[in-house]
Write a protein that binds this ligand. Structure first.
Ligand code: TMP
Length: 225
């Protein structure tokens, strides 16, 4: 089995920048990795992504939204993630199930137990070995996102400030509940410092040194699983 790492964070947290830098750093170290994303990651998933992100679909109800994200995820797990893990690869996904709990659960207010059941059905119970969460003040993130002319602007970017605050609070709660699998990074730190923390953590994971216990300062606590 390989390793499954996911990136999460509120809007404007710098996920794409960090994923790009990580891709480069792994290539320089000769580590072959499968980089993918949600929603999307497969031809079917990318069509679902277009539906989910289309700003004309403002009438979409939260129940349809969660089922579409989950449909994309089921396809992604079966077609890309599990086969790559079975080949012993490192898989890095830009978002996964934690985004459903944060956005549809804490953000939209859907029942968390129902979401967990749907998610288990979609993933067959697959969970990341490591969730890298880039945490940032919501207003700072939204301002960064607005200033980024290259970035994508989609249906999920039309929500209220309160929605994004609930999403961030949700992520922080999940990070607390699952601290042994989360690396919580302050996304207000300089880009190179964040990058170094992420690379160290991933190399420790690949070396088997992370031991499952990851403190919020990014240093693995060896020997505890
Ligand atoms: P991103 O490309 O900026 O990550 O955009 C994906 C958007 O989709 C982002 O606003 C988070 C949202 N999302 C959910 O609401 N639920 C999910 O399960 C996933 C994967 C993403």
């Amino acid at each position: 089995m390989g390793w499954f790492v996911t990136f999460e964070g509120p809007e404007g947290s710098g996920k794409s920048t960090q994923i790009g830098l990580l891709r480069q750093a792994l290539a320089e170290r000769g580590v072959s990795a499968c980089f993918t994303r949600e929603p999307g990651g497969t031809p079917i998933g990318e069509q679902i992504r277009a539906l989910l992100h289309d700003e004309r679909n403002s009438a979409m109800v939260p129940e349809a939204e969660i089922l579409l994200y989950s449909a994309s995820r089921a396809q992604h797990v079966a077609e890309v993630i599990r086969p790559a893990l079975a080949r012993g690869m490192l898989v890095v996904s830009d978002r996964f199930s934690e985004a459903t709990l944060a956005y549809q659960g804490y953000g939209r207010g859907l029942d968390l137990d129902v979401l967990e059941r749907i998610t288990r059905f979609a993933t067959g119970g697959l969970q990341p070995d490591l969730v890298i969460y880039l945490d940032l003040d919501v207003e700072v993130g939204l301002a960064r996102k607005r200033a980024d002319t290259q970035g994508e602007w989609n249906r999920m970017d039309q929500q209220s400030l309160d929605f994004y605050r609930r999403v961030r609070a949700g992520y922080l709660r999940l990070a607390q509940q699952r601290a042994d699998h989360w690396l919580l990074v302050d996304a207000a730190l300089p880009i190179p410092a964040i990058h170094a923390t992420i690379v160290n953590e991933i190399m420790a994971l690949l070396d088997g040194a992370a031991g499952g216990a990851i403190r919020t300062d990014g240093n693995p606590t060896p020997g505890t699983t």
